[in-house]
Every structure is written in C-alpha cells, then in structure tokens.
Design a protein around this ligand. Sequence first.
Ligand code: ADP
Ligand code: MG
Length: 435
Amino acid sequence: KDLSKINMEQDLRKYFGFDAFRPGQKAAIRTLMEDRRVLCIQPTGYGKSLLYQLPSLWTDGLTLVISPLLALMRDQIRHLNERFGIPAASINSDQTAEENAAAQRSASQGRIRILFVAPEKLDNLETYEFLLGLNVGLLVVDEAHCISTWGHDFRPSYRQIVNAVRSFEEKTPHLRVLGLTATANQRTEADIARQLTDPAGNPLKILRTGMDRPNISLWVIPVQGTAQKLEVLEKLVREAEGAGILYCATREGTEVISEYLTEKNLDVVSYHAGYDSERKRELQQAFMEGTRKAIAATNALGMGIDKPDIRFIVHTDIPGSVTAYYQEVGRAGRDGLPARGILLFDERDRRIQDHFIRSALPSLEDFRTVYANIRPDEKNALPGLFAVKVRTGLHPTRVNLILAELTEQGLIKKKLVSRKQVYCRTEKKTAPDLT
Ligand code: ADP
Ligand code: MG
C-alpha cells in the first residue's frame, strides 16, 4: 500500500483507541514501511508491538511474529481479537494440537492478520514448511537479542530464526523484516544486524533511543539480617500502592517471604521454577488479573509478565547482574505511571550471588577430568587456547563451554570467562570439540 494514502493517526485511533503516537513510534513505522528492514531497540513498555500491529493492517499478506513469550502471546492475541478487532492466532506448544491446527487453517485461509509462533516450533519440519508456504508480508523477530550469542539471553532455538528469515526472503522479494528488543548493547546490536542482513547485503536500519525509564524511581534500603529484612518488607508491601513483584535469589527465599507476609495478612504468593507448569500458569494469571498484592519470585518469573500496572519491584536480595536488575526493575510501570524499584541491601547477600557465579563455572577439578580424557594424539594437536564442554553441578543438564589454556608442561590454566564470551570465541576459533 502507498503510505501517502494512509492516515496513520486515524488508523491508530480507529483500531487501537490511542490518541497519539509515542515519541518515535511513527518514525519507526514509516521506516519499516519505506525501508522494509528495521531493528528497533526501545525499553520495555515503550510500545514496540504497535510497530507491527499497525503495519499489519496495511501489509498484503500475513504478519508473522516469532516470539518466545508464551504468556505474552496469549494476552496479545486476546487484545488483538477482542479489543482491537484485528484477527490473530498463534502456534505454540502451550496449545493443544487442535488449537494449533485451527490456527494453521485460519492462517492458510487468510482469515487472520497476525500469526504468532514460538521459536521452538521452527525446529519442527512440518510446521516450518507450513509457515514457509504462507504468504507472509511482514516478518517480526520479537526479543531479537535472543539470536545473538552476545545477548544476555541467547537461545539455541533462535538460530533457526535466522534460517527462516533467509528462506522467507528468498521466496518473497518485498518482505518486510522487523527486529524488536529492549536490551542490546552495541555488540549485540551489530551482531543482530549482521545476522539479519539480507542476501543482497542490505543492512537493517537501526533505531535506538535512550534506555531511561523516567517514571521508575530507584531506592536502596540497607538492612541487616533476615529478621530486619522481613520487617522492612512487610512495611513496604503494606504501604505500597498497587501490585508488585518481590524478587528473591533463591526458591527457598520466595517461600519464606510469602509465608511470612501471608501470616501478616498480606496477599502474597510464591513463584519459582520448581512448580509445575499448571501451577505457574495459574499464579501468573492471578497476578496479571490483579487479584494479588504481590508475588515473591525468583527470576523464573520473567519475560512472560506483561502486566502494565506493576507499581513496585522489590529486590529482596541483590540481583545477579546489572543487566538482570535493569530487566527486572523495568517490569514496573509499563503504563508510564510512577513506579518504584526498591533494593534491600544486605552485605551478606553477596555470598549467594558469588556462589551462583562460582558454580556456574566449572572447577579446576572438572578441567582436570576433561583433560585426562583427551586422547594423547589430540593433546598434541591442541592449540594454546581451546574450549571444552563440561556439565556443571548447578545445571546438570546444561553444557557449559569454558576456555582453557595449555601451558608448556601440559597443565591447564582455567580462564574465568562467561558462557557467552566463550560461545563467541569458540565460534571464531572453531576450537575442537573435546567431549
Ligand atoms: P514493549 O513491547 O515495547 O515492551 P508493548 O508493545 O507491550 O511494549 O506496549 C506496552 C503498552 O503500551 C501496551 O499496553 C500498549 O497497548 C501501550 N501503547 C503502545 N503504544 C501506545 C500509544 N501510542 N498510546 C498509548 N498506549 C500505547
Ligand atoms: Mg514486547
């Protein structure tokens, strides 16, 4: 469609009931319509979804959104269908086979505008081929930082997205591609842009503004010991307006806190990855619907939470990293109204995070074991730096890559590098796989 014939404000009001664009939204949409390939980096709550929802109305063919956030998907689809009158559906492993089949039928019969799909579904050949057979006009990669090994949340299944984008591009010459993320530093940004560059070498247009969230005020309250922490917490929750999240470093912490506050007649539940998916879904649902004062949670309560009116986020322990802190505190005040981030700081809590950091990396003993199992001929062929895969105690099912150095005497010096860094290094050096 010819953009000059479209009244963007009118469609914004008509379909979404919004009076005006937020700063930058209109320019981003314009760029997507005209230049076709955009990576948009904007903070959480900015309204990135609108950047494809509105263009989906003007695009010939379907808008396909690849998104890892199941709970968010459900919410969005409901809004799109019921509030905005834009037919949408999704394909994901959370739905029954019948629901997925129905979504596929609607999509192939052109009865929906927007189709959401979970990245894991791209690994399924049947689904993948079905999607490729659709007439897609706009392809959206939500949480695009997940495709980069430099991103803080790299997901192997996101690899397949890059292939999907390529395949769609080969098939559809005028395809529009939109990457969306709230967190990408310059390195991640460059990596996403590189991966999403089209076969003709046309780079993405990158749109980025500041990461400031002016409506969130940040506070630190020093505490000493658990008893005092709980006391302060009770006061905070009792006096706080609206609903909030109480982030804890451990599962046990979430239960201690929710029990304590429940005893004090506050409506607080706990949430962590140890609960089954049914229970987790119920807890999320109740919290999203605003029937709970607060939820004491580990960082397992994360990306799926799209409650616009969270008024306070309390970190009852120090968070794992600054990035994690930004993400977590950023879940407050997505509606733009005042919200608070409060950190309860107890010097002793450092120990928990130190422990997590230490146990996320393999020990020197792990190294020796791996090294002892390398065949002698391989040992000779090893370069000075190499990578090994080991299973660590903390995540028994997760394979960690670490970087080691062989000295002249055949000893190994451990390099303390994070998993992310290693992924990249090994890619560049194509280090031998020693497992
Ligand atoms: P993001 O994906 O950037 O975190 P969302 O797309 O989920 O943000 O949008 C956050 C909230 O802002 C949603 O409730 C959305 O309906 C609202 N929103 C988006 N654009 C506008 C606008 N122009 N005016 C008012 N509300 C908006
Ligand atoms: Mg979003």
